[in-house]
Design a protein around this ligand. Structure first.
Ligand code: MG
Length: 163
């Protein structure tokens, strides 16, 4: 693995249900529903983890943190992110920048975007201007637009630590 740069893409979607906290990018968002899943179901952090793993061709989040492992029940996805960044670093790369999109019909996420960027940047040991988060709706279309799920997409660029 000796390219000077590598790129990765990540996507995730989780079902919205009652009785769960809504965690996005490690930040708890006040809302009547949360995301269903084994960990805290932080769909944004999962997409970023998958983009980072993809950039170094190390599989995906499910292969590293399987939902059959009781260690990860209710786990903070920021733990996954911290471990994934270690794996990237062990492969000789550091993050140049991350760009991500959260697609949610509700709640409005704009008021939380800056806190999310700061939280993710702190875990990734990056400056906030290396982490871009954009919030979109799905214009009422399909499961995300009907408020049944939240989806996220992310791309990352890695730079060789030696170059
Ligand atoms: Mg997920």
């Amino acid at each position: 693995m000796n390219a000077s740069t590598r790129i990765g893409i990540g996507y995730d979607i989780h079902r919205l249900i009652e009785g769960r906290k809504l965690i996005l990018g490690g930040v708890e968002i006040p809302f009547e529903k949360g995301l269903l899943g084994h960990s805290d179901s932080d769909v944004l952090t999962h997409a970023i983890c998958d983009a980072l793993l993809g950039a170094v061709a190390l599989g995906d989040i499910g292969s590293h943190f399987p939902d059959t492992d009781p260690r990860w029940t209710g786990a903070s996805s920021l733990e996954f992110l911290a471990r994934v960044v270690e794996l990237v670093s062990e492969r000789g790369y550091r993050v140049a920048n991350i760009d991500a999109i959260v697609v949610a019909e509700q709640p409005k996420l704009m008021p939380f975007v800056q806190s999310i960027r700061e939280k993710l940047a702190s875990v990734l040991q990056l400056d906030v201007d290396q982490v871009s988060i954009k919030a979109k709706t799905n214009e009422g279309l399909e499961s995300v637009g009907k408020g049944e799920a939240i989806a996220a997409q992310a791309v990352v660029l890695l730079i060789s630590s030696s170059g």
